[in-house]
Ligand binder design. Sequence first.
Ligand code: CTP
Length: 206
Amino acid sequence: MKILITAGPTREYLDDVRYLSNASSGRMGYALAQAALDAGHEVVLVTGPVDLKPPVGCEVHNVVTTGQMRDAAIEAFPRCDGVIATAAVCDYKPKVRTQGKMSKSGEAITIELIETDDVLAELGRMRDKHWVVGFALEASNARENALQKLRAKNCDVVVLNSPQAIGAEGNDVQLIGPTGDVVAQWSGLKTEIATSLMHWIGEHLG
Ligand code: CTP
């Protein structure tokens, strides 16, 4: 199979030097890319800025903003069999990006934020014979929210994890199916979870 993987954070710039982002390390996505290669698949890795070296053998697209991640993913998806969306995408961006560097005014300021593109939701709308695996990072009402995301983004399954996963080496995940049931669960290093998830995808979706 040829598998599209989105990974890492995105950044949304307030001005030329400051941005909104999050602490995603990209580890889960990169571990999945390695696990997919090890299982004999081809990988297109669309990645935000992280401190990791991409596994040798991936087609890599380095992106920074959510818009760039969207464009790269939309371009690659038609030539892939499925997508695993691990990226911790910035949901909001400043309505206006200031040229240069914003100076202090001595007073409080308000920054208006607007929603970014939902990359996975767009891929879910585009899907044809593809399979689609989303991730959900939930702090509360985890399974209900994960199921809502599965439906809203037209996924086959959603990998549910908690905010402790961000930046960590290990993880504890449940795989939520289309009825909201837990169809599998794994805990351990992200590399171990990646191998198990790839194996599950090969058996159930591939
Ligand atoms: N996702 C995406 N594009 C976005 C937001 C999320 O592709 N703009 C993808 C993520 O990669 C993940 C899934 O959608 O596979 C769910 O991401 P998550 O951050 O848990 O949820 P959001 O849809 O952003 O909703 P909220 O932040 O309100 O929980």
